[in-house]
Design a protein around this ligand. Structure first.
Ligand SMILES: [Zn+2]
Length: 150
């Protein structure tokens, strides 16, 4: 794979399609099932807010592996982590979809992943849990863990 190639998971069948950096935004279809791939999503550079209602679309059909920050507004360590996730979203543009979910407002998803304490940071691929980290952690540690799922 070339340095500016991206792997875009088809929203319908999950096949990883290679997207050259200079083809982002150009009409593209999955090599396997021909579903339309909205490759412009590779340019997201901010954390995406997820809710119980849109988890399916935003996370399970994500074109990229997901780093999901489970947080709540009253949690001090969660607030500390906020700028870290902003940075990760910028640095991982095109590689990881960085998402945030407020656990108080979204009991279905926090229940599904049995979030007991916050912050909990989940690594998900097509909605399937690959790994998790608990507590406020240094950015480097999160990056090291995430690196094995890219
Ligand atoms: Zn497909």
């Amino acid at each position: 794979m070339k340095k500016n190639d991206y792997l875009f998971r088809c929203p319908e069948c999950g096949t990883r399609n290679k997207v050259p950096g200079d083809k982002i935004g150009v009409h593209a279809t999955c090599g396997k099932c021909k579903a339309v791939m909205n490759t412009i999503e590779l340019l997201e550079d901010k954390p995406v807010t997820v809710t119980d209602a849109d988890f399916h679309v935003t996370v399970e059909k994500s074109p990229l592996p997901v780093l999901l920050d489970c947080w709540a507004p009253w949690c001090g360590p969660c607030k500390m982590m906020g700028p870290v996730f902003d940075e990760l979203a910028r640095e991982w543009k095109g590689k990881v979809r960085v998402c945030k979910i407020n656990v108080d407002e979204n009991p279905i998803i926090s229940g599904r992943f049995q979030v007991q304490s916050i912050p909990t940071i989940l690594i998900l691929d097509r909605g399937i849990q690959k790994d998790l980290m608990i507590g406020a952690l240094p950015k480097q540690q999160i990056m090291a863990k995430m690196a094995s799922y890219l």
